[in-house]
Design a protein around this ligand. Structure first.
Ligand SMILES: *[C@@H]1O[C@H](CO)[C@@H](O)[C@H](O)[C@H]1NC(C)=O
Ligand SMILES: *[C@@H]1O[C@H](CO)[C@@H](O)[C@H](O)[C@H]1NC(C)=O
Ligand SMILES: *[C@@H]1O[C@H](CO)[C@@H](O)[C@H](O)[C@H]1NC(C)=O
Ligand SMILES: *[C@@H]1O[C@H](CO)[C@@H](O)[C@H](O)[C@H]1NC(C)=O
Length: 342
């Protein structure tokens, strides 16, 4: 287990040696370049460099602002739509590190915002989140329209036009953080703008939805990953028990995983400067800043392994979601159900 993680860290962040010394094995150091890369990288091509661009209502005539992260090298990439916290009020750009890491595994990640915030994000963001949240009740329709807009128009956006980037819409994933998952749940429940018809997988990161409590079981048969960072439920509660990942897991009909990881919190997946803000004002409980990079690498790996397994049929990576031996952090909960989605 440590061999795998050591290798994986090495290839990205040069941390391998430190881990290897723990295991005291010269062989492991060699494996960093050989076996480790094979374990993770051979299933999916990874890309060194990712980039991004933004489409906005004012410049592109779309319903909502969206930041698109994708590998610079051309290819056919699976699309992931992402909606952030507070029902998409938390801008995708505050998750840019994680979303770029995910994109580097061969995905086009489209982070959709509820508002086109401009200027000083930091000040705008944390001022009155609860008031902002009140405004987003009817937002599911607009997100669904934006999802369809991107599907129809993304190839014509100047940054991508005429390049070799072509999203493979047959592998469309819906992903969210926190109350962004409330929007996705409503989209799946009501097939708003036929978006449920195009979805092939759902990834719920620290989901929170009051609606979920009474929501009917989701009928759309797609694989799903329901994830919780345990500190999210610690005071001041940023996820409330009964309205979160367990409930999302229960609502989904087929192949699914739920995981509760100890020691991390609701803001730990954010870009550093937004994490720092959350940490300083104590908005949610966070870890300290010694393992943030490791945490984001872990999350990207869980997300992309889940999609490789369920959408690309790479069963070898299933163990990174189902076997604690291959998961580098202590878990409070891990369960899965392999009832087929077809
Ligand atoms: C990664 O980037 C480096 C430097 O930019 C380049 O030399 C190398 O070939 C790249 N590797 C891959 C797999 O694209
Ligand atoms: C997507 O699915 C359609 C219908 O099953 C198929 O014709 C098409 O080739 C698929 N596209 C890709 C890129 O796999
Ligand atoms: C950071 O958190 C880790 C894990 O909880 C702990 O072992 C370490 O001592 C902490 N470091 C600091 C500087 O607080
Ligand atoms: C898995 O899910 C199916 C369908 O919801 C359910 O009938 C079955 O009992 C579940 N299996 C376990 C072990 O929970």
């Amino acid at each position: 287990m440590s061999g795998f993680w050591a290798s994986w860290n090495y290839s990205r962040h040069g941390r391998c040696l430190r881990f290897s010394f723990l295991v005291i094995s010269v062989l492991l150091v060699l494996q960093c370049e050989g076996v480790g890369k094979e374990h993770f990288h051979s299933f999916q091509k990874t890309y060194n460099t990712t980039t991004s661009f933004t489409v906005t209502p004012s410049q592109n005539g779309c319903p909502l602002k969206t930041t698109v992260y994708y590998p610079v090298a051309g290819g056919s990439f699976s699309p992931i739509y992402f909606i952030g916290g507070f029902g998409g009020v938390q801008p995708a750009e505050t998750y840019s590190e994680l979303l770029s890491k995910i994109a580097s595994n061969g995905y086009v990640v489209m982070g959709i915002d509820r508002f086109s915030l401009s200027g000083d994000l930091e000040n705008e963001l944390w001022t009155r989140p609860s008031e902002r949240t009140l405004q987003v009740d009817k937002s599911s329709e607009r997100f669904a329209c934006q999802i369809q807009w991107l599907r129809k128009n993304i190839d014509t956006v100047p940054e991508l036009h005429g390049t070799l980037h072509s999203p493979n819409w047959n592998k469309t994933t819906l992903m969210c953080h926190s109350k962004g998952c409330d929007v996705i749940l409503k989209i799946l429940e009501n097939n708003i703008a036929q978006v449920a018809d195009m979805a092939k997988a759902a990834i719920y990161l620290d989901p929170f939805s009051i609606h979920s409590r009474k929501a009917p079981k989701v009928k759309v048969r797609i694989p799903s990953f329901s994830y919780l960072s345990a500190l999210s439920e610690k005071f001041p509660t940023c996820c409330i028990k009964g309205f979160g990942y367990r409930r999302f897991y229960d609502l989904m009909p087929c192949v699914k995983v739920k995981m509760d990881v100890q020691g991390f919190g609701h803001c730990d997946l954010l870009d550093y400067k937004y994490w720092e803000l959350c940490h300083k004002i104590g908005f949610c409980v966070t870890t300290n800043d010694t393992r943030l990079e490791e945490y984001k690498n872990f999350l990207q790996k869980e997300v992309t392994s889940f999609l490789s397994w369920t959408l690309d049929g790479v069963t070898e990576v299933k163990k990174y979601l189902t076997d604690p031996k291959y998961i580098p952090f202590p878990l409070l909960d891990l369960a899965y159900n392999e009832t087929k989605c077809e």
